[in-house]
Write a protein that binds this ligand. Structure first.
Ligand SMILES: O=C(CO)[C@H](O)[C@H](O)COP(=O)(O)O
Length: 320
C-alpha cells in the first residue's frame, strides 16, 4: 500500500500552530491524528521488517510482513561499520516502494526534519524518527505535527513515549537495543512502559499533576493514559528480536506488534526465519506452533551481549 504522497508541504520546524482536540498538540494539515493513528492500528499483530534493498523487501512481503522499513544499513551493520548513519538514498526508498504492495516506512535521524520532509515527498507511509541513525539534534526531536505523513518513535519508558506523542508521534515502539540480537532491553523497556501505565491508572486524579511533572509530559496526555490504561497510540516493540521465541515473548508481554531488523537479514536463512517470526507473532500463545516454527531455522545472527556494550555504543540512550 503506497500513500498518495504528501498533500501539503511540511512547514519549517516550529512554525506550525497548535490546534485543538489532541492532548499535547493538535490536528493540523491533511493528516489528522485520528487518521495517522488509525494507519498504525491496521498493522497490529504484525511484523515490520527492516530492509535495505528491493530484493529484501520482496522477501519480507512474501514472508507475511505487514510493512517494511527502508534504511541505509541494518542496525547490526551500523554497529559493525560505524560512521554516520543517515536516511537511505531516495532511489533506494523509491525502489522499495515500487517493489512491494505493503506499507513502506523509512528512517530519519532524530531532529532531522529535512530528512523527514524528503522522505514524506517520496510518498512513504510512515517515517521512523530513529535512534538507530546518528542523531542530528541533541536537544530537539522533529515537530511531527508539521507533517502529513505519520511518525513512529522509540521509547524506553512512559515519559519518553508521552513526550514523543505530544510532539505528534502516531505510533510508539519500545527501543530495545537494536543490532545486538539480544532481547533483554526490549523486555525491560516493554515491562517499564506497561508498569508505569498501570501505576498511573491506580492514582487518584489529584495525583496526576505531580505524575505529569515526574514524567515530564503534558497533564492532559497523562490523564488520558490513566483513564485508558494504555497509550492512545499502538505500542510495538523493537531492538534485539532475533528468533520466533523472542517475538512471541514480546507479544506475551503486551506488545501490539514487532519490528525486526538484523535478526532476519543477518541470519543464515532470512526467508525462512522471516516466515517463522511472522507465524510466531500471530500464534504467540501457542507453544506447539512456536516449537514447530523454531525448528531447523539455520544460524541465528551471532549477536552481542547488551551488558558488554560501552555506554557510547547504546542506541537506546539516544533521544530523551
Ligand atoms: O529501529 C528499528 C525500528 O525503528 C529497527 O527496526 C529495530 O530497532 C531493529 O533492531 P534489530 O536490528 O535489533 O532488530
Amino acid at each position: 500500500m503506497m500513500s498518495d504522497g504528501p498533500t501539503t508541504t511540511a512547514p519549517a520546524a516550529g512554525t506550525s500552530p497548535t490546534g485543538p482536540g489532541t492532548p499535547g498538540g493538535g490536528e493540523r494539515h491533511a493528516g489528522t491524528a485520528r487518521v495517522k493513528r488509525g494507519m498504525a492500528e491496521m498493522l497490529k499483530g504484525g511484523v515490520i521488517m527492516d530492509v535495505v534493498t528491493p530484493e529484501q523487501a520482496r522477501i519480507a512481503e512474501d514472508a507475511g510482513a505487514v510493512a517494511v522499513m527502508a534504511l541505509e544499513r541494518v542496525p547490526a551493520d551500523i554497529r559493525a561499520q560505524g560512521g554516520v548513519a543517515r536516511m537511505s538514498d531516495p532511489d533506494m526508498i523509491a525502489g522499495i516502494i515500487e517493489a512491494v504492495s505493503i506499507p513502506v516506512m523509512a528512517k530519519a535521524r532524530i531532529g532531522h526534519f529535512v530528512e523527514a520532509q524528503i522522505i514524506q515527498s517520496l510518498g512513504v507511509d510512515y517515517v521512523d524518527e530513529s535512534e538507530v541513525l546518528t542523531p542530528a539534534d541533541p536537544h530537539h526531536h522533529i515537530d511531527k505535527w508539521a507533517f502529513t505523513v505519520p511518525f513512529v518513535c522509540g521509547a524506553t519508558n512512559l515519559g519518553e513515549a508521552l513526550r514523543r506523542i505530544s510532539e505528534g508521534a502516531a505510533m510508539i515502539r519500545s527501543k530495545g537495543e537494536a543490532g545486538t540480537g539480544e532481547v533483554s532491553n526490549a523486555v525491560v523497556h516493554m515491562r517499564t512502559i506497561r508498569a508505569e501505565i498501570a501505576r498511573l491508572s491506580a492514582l487518584p486524579p489529584e495525583e496526576l499533576y505531580a505524575a505529569a511533572k515526574e514524567l515530564r509530559a503534558p497533564v492532559e496526555l497523562v490523564t488520558e493514559v490513566a483513564r485508558l490504561g494504555h497509550l492512545p497510540v499502538v505500542l510495538f516493540t523493537a531492538g534485539g528480536i532475533a528468533t520466533p521465541a523472542d517475538a512471541a515473548l514480546m507479544m506475551q508481554l503486551g506488545a501490539d506488534g514487532v519490528f525486526v531488523g538484523s535478526g532476519i537479514f543477518k541470519s543464515g536463512d532470512p526467508a525462512r526465519r522471516a516466515r517463522a517470526i511472522v507465524e510466531a507473532t500471530t500464534m504467540y500463545n501457542d507453544p506447539g506452533v512456536l516449537a514447530k516454527v523454531s525448528r531447523g531455522l539455520g544460524e541465528a545472527m551471532v549477536g552481542i551481549n547488551v551488558g558488554e556494550l560501552p555506554p557510547q555504543a547504546r542506541f537506546a540512550d539516544r533521544g530523551w
